[in-house]
Design a protein around this ligand. Structure first.
Ligand code: ADP
Length: 788
């Protein structure tokens, strides 16, 4: 045993040596993937399997046919796994079987359903720093989505990372210690950072990889001109996935640079402060996504999430979406039909990605066929639609009838999970397969006849022809009948009550039937590969269909929400003002135990109403109000209808928020420090097209310092022409209401309360003027503080 192990162990060590040390090697031995040494020690507890020892080597293993489940558990635990398979037949020669790494799966490159969340992308990011600029690329291997973005390495990068929330980020090894990148990963919460080779991130090499992958002359069509850092990150990540991880990237068919100018930028703090999407482990219902997400498909759910954290800032695009939602709300029956037609469409993006990388099964192919079969109905529903955007999306849908027909003809309805054991191809699809199956079936009839004739010949009534894995076919005769056994039977095995025999006829039968069965399975596998190839060849068309389905789904969801929750169409103007009549907070108004929501108006512009100072007691509704304005702007720019009687706004380029005193000790910054960093970010980056929401600035320090800081911030926002952003400023400090006396662009408002018998009644109405007192005592009493 020890001798036999040595050359294999040498092979193991060589292959293990090709991998970074944090990758767990699954080493194929017969029907198992085995892990050794520290890999075994690390994996056994995560997989909940027994750790054993052979020749003092710790090891553990998992059966090959169940490998996906085990893989998923390790990936979810943040580990990386390399699969090493036998690449020649075990009995081909006496030497040790050749083995190679066939794929490496990491958190950022998982395509297994068991690891993925259907409603969100799973990105592998790459980041390259070029002086003050950072180029980032995001690749979702599970859907083929691939885009790049540029940002200021200090202020912008954490937000860009945060929005995509990549499961993993690869960087050139030389940048592993870059303090700016490390800070960005820490702030964005990017847990897995993987160093890769440096050279693929160099411009020439990266450019070359991209040009060749996409088969294009230049990258200008992707918007890459003038963004060398993005090209480096994108080429680097593609190379990393293909070469270092040995993964198939054929389904990655496009790349696009996201331009900041086309988007409403929301930084990390703003996404958190406004509860746009659920944070890990948090409740979904209390977020904007929770209120809006009535999408019917996984693709729609993912797109909606993207639109929430990246609303548009291109007026034509926003208006086209509003037109579409308006048209959809006008005909409820049509809307219902459209949404119902979407319901059975499966996750085309992920299915096609899986099949493209060679891991999908017949069920995946059938799911694609069944989904594409819905497309004609969807097209019919959109063909004469009054909204141009809906018609355009309808035209983007590709029904692919030949492919649907092929899948329907070739594959049985209830496909098995495995693709190597037969049972997936329909009878009548291919003559050669039918013939092999016929032979195998005739063999079975022969078997029944043979048993009957042997019973007659020997006179043994209970003679049975049976089969097991070890002996193949045999004849079983009970102890009492052994005297009647003829001479041409060969004894194979003795049991307590019976003996087992074989005969030459039986052996010959076995060869014939087994041969036929085995060849039938082989042929089925080949035929399946042909059908799979048929799908893969249509990758681009299926991806285009998936993108159209996603957008139809989101627009349909917007229309549904508009009708169900009483939202109205916002008007996008060319100006800078935000006017809202009877606006509501989309999430607070839905809280099941909430009081009746009191709507409020808003007027913000770059002139006399640039900065609103909102005062009022604790719990009056200040935070709710200032957030609701930001949320209405975000919803409008996503293309959705909004919770207001009327809303009219010029497009906003960025929304900044400073809400509450959120502790961020996990990331090593004190409350006050966080607050000042976020405030600095706002003052440095806001423009007259921005919207700023400030809640209780300066609370983390002494009252005097706090007022001074808040005062200076308000003055700065008001006085600097570069900034002059529309601002909502909720504060406790009544002193700030004095600002309005000297500054023409500052207006005071307060949240009305009434005092009745010594307690306060919140009216939730925002009215002009400063609050006269803060009712701190009354609120304390409401909260149940003892009178003393
Ligand atoms: P503040 O910021 O003034 O301390 P909040 O905005 O946190 O107050 O509001 C306190 C609570 O009052 C909220 O949780 C919400 O339930 C309720 N509330 C706020 N605004 C409204 C409103 N316009 N209509 C109904 N309830 C509201």
């Amino acid at each position: 045993m020890a001798e036999a192990l040595t050359p294999m162990m040498r092979q193991y060590r060589r292959i293990k040596g090709e991998l970074p040390s944090d990758v767990i090697l699954f080493f194929r031995l017969g029907d198992f993937y085995e892990m050794f040494f520290e890999d075994a020690q690390a994996a056994a507890p995560i997989l909940d399997i027994a750790l054993t020892k052979r020749n003092h080597v710790p090891m553990c293993g998992v059966p090959y046919h169940a490998v996906d489940g085990y893989l998923a558990r390790l990936i979810r635990a943040g580990r990386k796994v390399a699969l090493c398979d036998q690449v020649e037949d075990a009995d081909a020669s006496k030497r040790i079987v050749r083995r190679e790494i066939t794929r490496v799966v990491t958190p950022g490159t998982a395509i297994e359903d068991a690891v993925l969340e259907s409603g969100r992308h799973n990105f592998l990011a790459a980041v390259v720093r070029d002086g003050d600029t950072a180029g980032a690329a995001f690749l979702d291997l599970s859907t083929g989505l691939f885009y790049g973005e540029e940002a200021d390495a200090r202020d912008g990068l954490p937000g860009v990372l945060q929005q995509a929330a990549p499961a993993e980020c690869v960087i050139p090894a030389a940048a592993a210690e870059d303090p700016e990148l490390r800070r960005a990963f820490r702030e964005a919460g990017t847990a897995t950072v993987s160093p890769g080779d440096d050279w693929p991130f160099e411009y020439e090499a990266a450019h070359d990889v991209l040009v060749r992958h996409f088969g294009v002359q230049s990258l200008a069509g992707f918007g890459c001109d003038g963004h060398p850092a993005i090209v480096r990150a994108a080429g680097g990540v593609l190379h990393h996935v293909r070469e270092a991880l040995r993964r198939d990237v054929g389904h990655v068919r496009g790349f696009r640079v996201r331009q900041a100018a086309d988007m409403l930028l929301l930084d990390d703090a703003t996404c958190r402060n406004l509860d746009l999407v659920p944070r890990p482990g948090a409740r979904r219902e209390t977020t904007l996504l929770g209120v809006l997400d009535v999408t019917r498909t996984a693709m729609g759910a993912r797109l909606l999430r993207d639109w929430i954290v990246r609303p548009a800032a291109d007026p034509d695009r926003v208006r086209a979406r509003h037109d579409a939602v308006a048209a959809l709300t006008e005909d409820r029956a049509l809307l219902r039909d459209l949404r119902d037609a979407l319901e059975p469409v499966r996750d085309l993006e992920r299915l096609v990605a899986r099949l493209g990388s060679g891991t999908g099964n017949a069920r995946d192919v059938r799911a694609i066929g069944a989904s594409l079969a819905r497309v004609p109905a969807l097209r019919d529903g959109t063909a004469a639609h009054p909204a141009a955007r809906i018609r355009a999306l309808g035209e983007q849908l590709r029904p692919l009838p030949e492919l649907v027909g092929l899948i329907e003809r070739a594959l049985v309805d209830e496909s098995p999970l495995t693709i190597r054991d037969g049972g997936l191809i329909r009878a009548g699809y291919r003559e050669a397969l039918d013939a092999l199956r016929q032979t195998a079936a005739e063999g079975k009839q022969w078997l029944a006849r043979y048993q009957a004739s042997e019973q007659a010949r020997t006179g043994i009534k209970n003679l049975k022809v049976r089969h097991n894995k070890v002996f193949g076919y045999y004849i079983e005769i009970t102890k009492g009948q052994l005297g009647h056994v003829p001479d041409d039977y060969t004894r194979k095995q003795t049991l307590v009550n019976a003996e087992r025999f074989i005969t030459p006829e039986l052996k010959e039968y076995e060869n014939r039937v087994f041969g036929a069965q085995e060849r039938a399975m082989g042929l089925e596998y080949e035929l399946f590969q042909e059908v799979r190839q048929g799908v893969v060849e249509q990758t681009a068309a299926i991806q285009a269909t998936a993108a159209a389905v996603a957008e139809l789904d989101v627009l349909g969801a917007f229309a549904d929400r508009a009708l169900a929750l009483g939202y109205t169409r916002p008007v996008i103007t060319g100006g800078a003002a935000v006017r809202i009549k009877a606006g509501r907070h989309p999430v607070v108004e839905q809280m099941p135990d909430a009081e009746r929501f009191v709507p409020n108006d808003t007027l913000l512009d770059c002139g006399a109403n640039q900065l609103v100072i909102l005062t009022g007691p604790n719990m009056a509704g200040k935070s709710t109000y200032i957030r609701q304005v930001a949320l209405i702007v975000i919803m409008a720019q996503m293309g959705a209808f909004v919770p207001a009687d009327e809303a009219e706004l010029g497009l906003v380029d960025r929304i900044f928020t400073r809400v509450g005193a959120s502790d961020d000790l996990a990331r090593g910054r004190s409350t006050f420090m966080v607050e000042m960093q976020e405030t600095a970010n706002i003052l440095n980056n806001a423009t007259p097209r921005s919207l700023i929401v400030l809640d209780e600035i300066g609370r983390g320090t002494s009252t005097f310092d706090g007022i001074s800081i808040a005062w200076a911030v308000a003055e700065f926002l008001h006085n600097h022409d570069r900034v002059k952003a529309k601002t909502l400023f909720a504060t406790h400090y009544h002193e700030l209401t004095d600002l309005a006396r000297t500054m023409p662009g500052i207006k005071n408002y307060n949240v009305q309360v009434r005092e009745r018998n010594g307690t306060v009644v919140f009216l939730r109405r925002i009215v002009p003027g400063g609050a006269d007192k803060s009712y701190g005592i009354q609120v304390a009493r409401l909260a149940g503080l003892p009178p003393e």
